[in-house]
Design a protein around this ligand. Sequence first.
Ligand code: HEC
Ligand code: HEC
Length: 248
Amino acid sequence: MTPRILAGLFLAAWLGVMLPNAVAQQAARPQPLKSGIEFAGAEVRALQHDDFANPGMLWVARGEKLWREPAGAESQSCASCHGDAKTSMAGVATRYPLLDPGATRLVNLEGRIMECREQRQHALPLKYESEELLALTAYVRHQSRGMPVKVVIDGQSRRHFEAGRDLYYRRMGQMNLSCAQCHQQNWGKKLGPEIISQGHGNAYPIYRLEAAFRACAPRCCLRALPSTSISNCIWRGEAVNCRSRRPA
Ligand code: HEC
Ligand code: HEC
């Protein structure tokens, strides 16, 4: 039997226990709301709170360097236009994703940074999940550290929110599971080596400790997601799409 089938069986057995609850708790929001870090062990939490020990801060530092680095035809840096990120970018990340000014597209923070990079800095595009874009995003997001998420979900944004909620509750993938079945109905329980969190994506990009030097955008483990990448697939036990990286 391949490891994947074994893992699949394990998951099915675990679900056998949890499924009877599934329907009853359909819309219940987790209470109290807990950040992902609260599910980590003491050691990881200590690391998270120590900026000198936290390896994720290397990415923030790299982002800060990139912020000041001239690029593009006019040799402009992010700082040339935005000045000190500590003030110009404070609170910015809390509003993303948001609708672009034409209200045609939902843009995440990475997308917004890319728009600036290409259309204002006139520099070459960065790849999604490239070291540079992860570092810049980590740096911009860092300026909103500790601030509550303030994504607008009314007006024209509403339909995007509803579409996301619909996906969140929809069963899909190899295991026919919805996101909510794990993150809303079974948070706090163990799944293999991990404790299921409430699945908040607000702290991304994050630094992954289990393999040396990784930083990832948020993603999770259902095979039938609209995106083509299958990542952090827990029943494969590996992060397929998170290549090992080291900031320069
Ligand atoms: C079979 C259970 C299961 C399902 C279904 C599932 N997840 Fe997860 N998810 C996990 C586990 C386990 C982790 C890793 C531990 C943790 O952070 O919760 C995780 C991690 C996450 C994280 C990172 C949370 C953090 O604090 O770093 C996010 C965000 C997330 N999932 C979102 C989703 C979304 C969106 C879906 C649906 C598309 C989904 N998950 C489906 C089990 C699941
Ligand atoms: C030539 C000037 C210029 C450069 C260079 C530039 N930006 Fe911008 N940026 C702007 C302007 C102007 C806006 C806001 C106006 C708009 O949205 O149309 C903006 C908006 C943003 C926003 C959204 C702010 C918000 O309130 O939502 C982010 C994030 C951002 N820039 C990041 C960057 C980063 C990172 C870089 C460097 C890679 C960069 N910008 C380079 C001019 C620039």
